[in-house]
Design a protein around this ligand. Sequence first.
Ligand code: ISE
Length: 337
Amino acid sequence: MSADPIRVAVIGAGGMGRCHAQNIAASAGAAVAWVADPDVSAGLSLASAVGAAHTVDPAAAIGDVDAVVVASPDRFHSSHVRLVFDAGLPIFCEKPLTDQLVDAKAIVDGEAALGRRLIQLGFMRVYDPRHRQVEAALADAGEVHHIRCVHRNPYRVERSLETILVESMIHDIHTVRWLSGSSISQVSTDVVERGAGIRFVLLTLGLANGGVATIEFDEAAVGYEVSVEVAAERANVVASEPVRAVVRRSGLMSSALGDDWFAPFVEAYRLEMTVWLESVRAGGATGPSAWDGFVAQCVVDAAVTAAESGAPVTVEVPATPSIYDSEESREEPDERE
Ligand code: ISE
């Protein structure tokens, strides 16, 4: 192991690029060397905040670094990841893997062709202390029968079903697979419209272990909330509420419900970056993989088809490339086969 700091290039100076760059800059033994963003003002602002150089060209940014964060807009992930594949460097890729299933497939095919994992994907709930407590409680709780995910977004913009699924609900889809230890074999989708837009989405997921999961997503809620509840053979586990002050005033007892999706997961973002930097140092990717991202997108695709047809749709996932074999070892045998 080298004592030299890990030099990282961050592609994308938006909200998530900023978050990851600041976490890297605050880590012992790591530094942001380059920030790449075509928006010169955003790129320079982030670069100067973390002591890095700025370029508009991602290829120039990755020339003399040890590892790369891809936090560009979702539609550019595929081309940026493949650029870094050519350089053979470890990659932290923000979720979703891409915004299109075909591009997600190209990424996992490309990584499989390299013969080893280079990517850790930003499914950061895996590092969220509230979710980790649920995972720990499930360790000896037996088979998972039901998972209920609730995701409330206080969004005021109109998003299509595909966008809601790929940007937001993809987190819950991964949570179901991760906490159940089972693959998702079938999906039904119910959508509630508000005016011209979507207000509510309910996914009902059939699990390969014979269980079921539901994901309730509110697009225009009064505040931001994420919760998960699991019924298993020997335990019922509910994620704790985020820690918030309880205020007694004017005859009321209340606690603030924020509308910011970032604040409740600050620690998760910090931890996922720590884990990633450790894996770069150790020389092997860990954590959520590109395959996890691809499988979640297969579920998204099936959910869109299910919404169109009004009927349950079977989730088709190709055979797992061998570089991801350890991912599948978490899964139970398929009882429905
Ligand atoms: C956002 O992009 C995120 O990743 C948040 O975690 C999620 O809760 C939100 O719905 C997304 O828009």
